[in-house]
Design a protein around this ligand. Structure first.
Ligand code: NAD
Length: 316
């Protein structure tokens, strides 16, 4: 059986599939040539990340396809229901990148609490001429330990973020209408394990109590954090969005940063991605990353292996 990994797949994923007798093609075929290529090579399974689109027209044009796999979480680039209605398996790897996203959240949080995002902008410009001035402007940092992290959305990534927060010594509160109560299991380097029982707070309580807020919800029709919510938050709160552009109102965020009600924001995702607003990119209180939450070598390896395991069990 032939598998086309059109947006790439990790070496260990390829090895697992080849050991099970699959032929793995890793050519990146342009979107408009994809149907021809799949038909020509009689591809049985198409694996994508976010770049390749698997729309109805492609599905109709490729009768050999038995499986579509998305390395990662969001399936916005695949017509999932249509494919399933045609008896094509559609799989993804929902938990493979949770720890990677959670660590990026903490990169933004640690960096935010100590102004690293701004120091990294200004040290190359005036680090030699104004060292003492910069030292003074970044000398009122804070510790994360003992502060309260409010997590909006307590699925895979929200819970992975909670584990890191507990490890750092933070208080964790969350709001998720679907996860009323849950156990968080922490495993330590020496084999010790600890379990923490957490219950969902009310959203309004979380907004009032949190020193930092991190978003881990799927894309929504309306903003989850906008002007009204910013007005309910603790003064000087730090906010991280590594979920989806559009869950946070960027105009309201800029306003809140300018009037001091929010002290900094860490953004990995943007409303107008892939061309974020210049006001966001240039703002001195925003820590920026270009949607790299899931993009670690370890996550890519887990994604490759998880896809391989599912393909082997479904197609062998
Ligand atoms: N930055 C990145 O590179 C990156 C990588 C992977 C995933 N993500 C994004 O992270 C988000 C979370 O992913 P996940 O794997 O944890 O998803 P998940 O499905 O495991 O969890 C999402 C949770 O959000 C809850 N939720 C939905 N609407 C809510 C609301 N309005 N308020 C509070 N909770 C709400 C759901 O009940 C669910 O428990 C998704 O938007 C995903 O697209 C980003």
């Amino acid at each position: 059986m032939k598998i086309l990994a059109n947006d790439g797949i990790s070496q260990n994923g390829i090895a697992a599939l080849e050991n099970a007798g699959f032929d793995v093609l890793t050519t990146t075929v342009a979107q408009e040539q994809l149907a021809n290529y799949i038909n020509d090579k009689k591809v049985d399974a198409l694996l994508v990340r976010s770049a390749t689109k698997v729309r109805k027209e492609l599905i109709d044009a490729c009768p050999t396809l038995k499986l579509i796999g998305r390395g990662g979480v969001g399936m916005d680039n695949i017509d999932v229901d249509y494919a399933k209605a045609k008896d094509i398996h559609v799989i993804n790897t929902p938990a493979a990148s949770s720890e990677s996203v959670a660590e990026l959240v903490f990169a933004h949080l640690f960096g935010g609490a100590r102004f690293l995002y701004d120091a990294n902008r200004n040290m190359p410009l005036e680090g030699d001429s104004n060292f003492k001035g910069l030292k003074k402007s970044y000398s009122k940092g804070t510790e994360l330990r003992g502060k309260t992290l409010g997590i909006l959305g307590f699925g895979n990534i929200g819970q992975a973020t909670a584990k890191l927060a507990i490890g750092v010594g933070m208080n964790v509160i969350y709001f998720d209408p679907e996860v009323k109560e849950t156990n968080i299991d922490l495993s330590f380097f020496d084999g010790q394990k600890m379990t923490f029982d957490l219950k969902s707070s009310k959203k309004s309580d979380l907004l009032e109590k949190a020193d930092y807020i991190s978003l881990h919800i799927p894309g929504q029709d309306n903003y989850v954090l906008g002007k009204t919510e910013f007005a309910q938050m603790k003064k000087g709160v730090g906010i991280v969005n590594a979920a989806r552009g559009g869950v946070l109102d960027e105009v309201a965020l800029i306003e809140a940063l300018e009037n001091g009600s929010v002290s900094f924001a860490g953004l990995d995702v943007y409303e107008s991605e892939p061309s974020p607003e210049i006001k966001i990119l240039m703002h001195s209180s925003i820590s920026l990353s270009p949607h790299i939450g899931a993009a670690t070598l370890e996550a890519q390896e887990r994604i490759g292996l998880e896809l391989a395991e599912q393909i082997i069990s479904l197609l062998k």
